[in-house]
Design a protein. Sequence first.
Length: 525
Amino acid sequence: MAPAIPPPPRPPQNTGAALELLVHGVGGATPQEMLGDPRTVRVTGDATAAVYRRTEDAHGEKHPERYRDEPVAEAYCWSGLTSGNGSRALWLLLLPFMVVNLAHWMRPTAAGRTRAVRLYGVAVRLVALSLTVLLTAAACEVALDLVAWQCAGTSACSERRSWLGFLSSTQGGWWSQPGRRLALAAVVPAALVGLLWYLSNRTWSAYESQSPLDVTDDDACDPDGTEEAHGPGAPDNADDPESARPVPPALSRPGFWYGRRLVSRLRAAHTAAGFLTVAAFVMGAATLHDRTVGGSVPPVFGLVIQGALVLCAVVVVWVVCRRGRSESVRDNRVDGALITYLPGSALTLLGLAVVHAAWSRPEWVSSGSLSGETAFRLLALGQGLLVVTMALVARSLYRRTPEPRTTLYGLGGPSVAMLACALGGVMTGGVAQRVADWLDGPGTPGMGRGSIIEGPPVLLSWQASVIPVLLLLLLVPVLFLTVRTARRARRMGPDIEAEYAPEPPDRARTRRIARIRATASLTDS
């Protein structure tokens, strides 16, 4: 029988040298300044971001007896991440993915809830996958629907854009058929997906594939990454001194910094999803024409390709839903051929879809817009259901193991995921509506006689209309935080001068220190 009064907590066991991680602010600093030593050595990283140690501390793990009274100091210098040319601003296009990644790390504390943790992770990964499909669909909406289908298929629009002359339906050239215009325009979103694959592969090779430092056996004692020394998730014999073993913190687990296999698998799935999205846009119009009007292409060809697209999409979802990262062990396994060749298979299907759409159909005439309204609605609905699932699981985890520091009572992760979906929707709608306004000239797409093209789907137009409202709403918290920060800086003045007494006060320096501290309090927890 367990004692009525739990025993006092055991003092932590010394498993080796402690580590002190020093991180500078946005202003940047050199490793020599942070470590207070002109002799430093780079432990890991590159010229962009790296971890440094003093020269004599380079192999501190092998000599723990030297660091019983003080930790091994490491300086993380990341100045290269915030400096560079103006092209770095293009990374803001991936802002929804940056935000949704936070939802994974905002999961409430889990104690013995392996299934709930996996369900939460699956929901987060599916939300990220839906963002890939959404942004690729936005590129397809602009290139395929607005440019190739609507503007090039309308003489009034194509005459205003000389660069669309060879695609114009009134020219009667080889590219004037709607299917061939779609096939050529598909190069733009496909190239965008290929570029994202290249950037992801380069980052994966430089960071995720770097093997972490060697660790002891005690660092891998938690196979699931959820073990606790005490608390609801602790084993039944946790209070037995003989069965006690140290539980390493998350940052010291060998799999925390080594996402080679997981990132490679997710990169393959997202790349394949992007190619499949482009193929679906190309195939949708061609298959609809063959089924309703008929032509020289047997409809069975389109049905076979569509079936292959559906099968490949199922494989993509299965790959994303597989078990995620393992932080307690270093995962050196290599995925099979199914995942390795998944992007290539999707690209092959895209090529078949392009060939099918480019087949000669002289009787085909484009009118209206591509049928993308339903797809965008289903995406929005699916994202909403996934966020609700995340909220239910996160709330259940929080109620099981409440932690006072958890954001929004466990709902911080779902809220961030919803924010990522909203950002993706607003960006999609804004780009589509802006391009449509530019192509339509003085008219408004889809609005009356002055309009020469139908414009984007109504859902995207509504999402674009939210942008001015959001900008006005953001002014309120910005003004509030600005006034509060200024008042806080004024109140800090006397305290700062007291800290530096008996030095004579310097008003300018005092105001500068107060302003820096007050501004830093905006992000400090």
